[in-house]
Ligand binder design. Structure first.
Ligand code: ADP
Length: 472
């Protein structure tokens, strides 16, 4: 099969979160299964663009409403990522440093999607599947089915994967003219509660819909930022497929971004060496347990609770544990963490920003990774942590529910610490339990580390599940 992934992110070209990781890995594993998977994404001005070689494969133009735009398609020359990678440039819209966050994101991603289909329409063949990801590419299934001039592409099957249903990309009907002319009888498919909602349109129009974990799929029928009824109605074509992780990039035995490589055989010594390096970076006492948070500081991740959690926890345990927080986002949370750090500097390391190398070092060096998420469609951090022998402390939601078993489960089948509510009280209770295991039963934590590191989170299984879905 030929599968075209259309996405706003792809690691290492451009990544803001888990979506980038998935698009950087899934196509590679689909190619290894004998299929032809390709990625098409916008040509942002990132480091990857400047550091690699490209060839021009297509140049043309199309309309965004009444505005004519020229676009160019370039292809990475060496198959560096293990699949064909195409970038689409639209001067004035996509030639930016950042992926998101501009006032004209609607125009940027609508024009990108129009260009993708315009280019595909010029091919001498049609691919089997167009696989779109999140709302940034959510108009494609609708356009492919109902826009005039794309009749040749109608036989292509479409799959939508939802990495995060909180963001839906909605815009007003006053911008409907951006879309190439389409069968007006179908305009209701674009609508959700009076707006054009690209995510809802994709849920309605794609042949299959997946989420990045089975539990998240079930949750969306109860809580989906306004789309609950839609998920209930469309449940027949919806399934959850758990993300894998790229076990080549995320391997403590070979990871060039950590201070000391290790494997299950020498996990205790390896983690101790990495903890030393991680603690040294923040001037923390390495003999104390180290709990780490890595992620976007947004409500979904319950980052707003971190200042209270950390402040109370350090006080409750009389400074006998340390935290490191790596991330950025909500300015209020950033400010509160900075203020807290001034008060408890010996117990809190803080890095406000994005730092891939530090993230790897922390996964390797931490004793525990904290994920109190209110919403977690899959969550990759807990899987990286487990692969590096770091015990996850997670809220029982979404993909965290599907991947972490509590250490208190019968017959010592578990390996993480799971709690129910995203409240300061519940999180601190979970940290208290973690401290208990750390101080009183290090043997059980050691067994948990070894157990976690043996779990197979590789993409092979998920990649095969996607292929089965395409075939269905
Ligand atoms: P989401 O996509 O919702 O942000 P995921 O858990 O699916 O969350 O993926 C987060 C990814 O982004 C992980 O690879 C994580 O290590 C990385 N990440 C998040 N914030 C940072 C940061 N500040 N610095 C480095 N890596 C980060």
């Amino acid at each position: 099969m030929e599968i075209i992934h259309v996405s706003a992110e792809c690691y290492p070209v451009a990544k803001a979160g888990g979506l980038g990781d998935v698009i950087g890995a899934l196509p590679k594993y689909q190619c290894q299964l004998g299929h032809t998977a390709k990625v098409v994404m916008p040509m942002y001005r990132t480091k990857f663009l400047l550091q690699n070689e490209w060839e021009l494969v297509h140049e043309s133009g199309s309309y965004l409403g009444n505005t004519w735009f020229k676009y160019a398609v370039i292809k990475e020359k060496t198959n560096k990522l293990g699949f064909d990678l195409y970038l689409i440039d639209i001067d004035g819209l996509l030639n930016r440093e950042n992926i998101y966050g501009y006032d004209d994101d609607t125009e940027r991603f609508t024009a990108f999607q129009i260009a993708v289909l315009h280019w595909m329409n010029s091919w001498s063949h049609t691919p089997d599947v167009v696989h779109v990801h999140d709302h940034h590419t959510g108009l494609i299934p609708f356009m492919l089915k109902y826009c005039y001039g794309l009749e040749k592409l109608r036989r292509i099957k479409t799959v939508l994967t939802i990495h995060n249903a909180q963001y839906q990309g909605l815009f007003g009907w006053n911008k409907v003219h951006y879309l190439p002319s389409f069968d007006n009888w179908k305009s209701g498919l674009l609508d959700w509660q009076g707006n054009i909602n690209p995510l809802a349109a994709a849920v309605k129009c794609a042949d299959k819909v997946t989420t990045v974990s089975p539990h998240y799929m079930a949750e969306l029928r109860r809580e989906a930022n306004g789309l609950e009824d839609l998920f209930e109605y469309e449940k027949g074509k919806c399934t959850g497929i758990l993300n894998g992780i790229d076990v080549e990039v995320w391997d403590p035995a070979t990871d060039p971004l950590i201070s000391t490589n290790y494997s299950i055989a020498d996990v205790e010594a390896g983690k101790a060496a990495n903890k030393k390096a991680a603690c040294a970076a923040f001037d923390l006492d390495e003999s104390k347990p180290l709990i780490v948070f890595i992620g976007r500081m947004v409500g979904e991740k319950a980052a707003d609770l971190l200042p209270s959690v950390i402040g109370e926890s350090v006080q409750m345990h009389e400074g006998r544990l340390n935290f490191v927080v790596l991330g950025n986002g909500n300015p209020k949370v950033e400010y509160e963490l900075q203020a807290l750090q001034e008060l408890i500097a010996p117990n809190l390391g803080l890095y406000l920003g994005y730092n891939e190398k530090l993230a790897h070092q922390l996964y390797a060096g931490a004793d525990f990774l904290l994920m109190p998420s209110r919403v977690e469609p899959c969550g990759l951090n807990q899987m990286y942590a487990m692969r590096y022998g770091t015990v996850p402390i997670v809220r029982d939601t979404g993909g965290l529910h599907d991947t972490v078993v509590d250490i208190g489960a019968p017959n010592f089948a578990g390996y993480g610490i799971v709690f129910t509510h995203a409240t300061v009280f519940d999180i601190n209770e979970a940290i208290h339990r973690a401290m208990g295991w750390y101080l009183e039963r290090p043997d059980i934590l050691q067994a948990a580390r070894e157990k976690m590191m043996r779990i197979d989170h590789s993409w092979e299984k998920s990649a095969a599940d996607y292929v089965a879905l395409y075939q269905s």
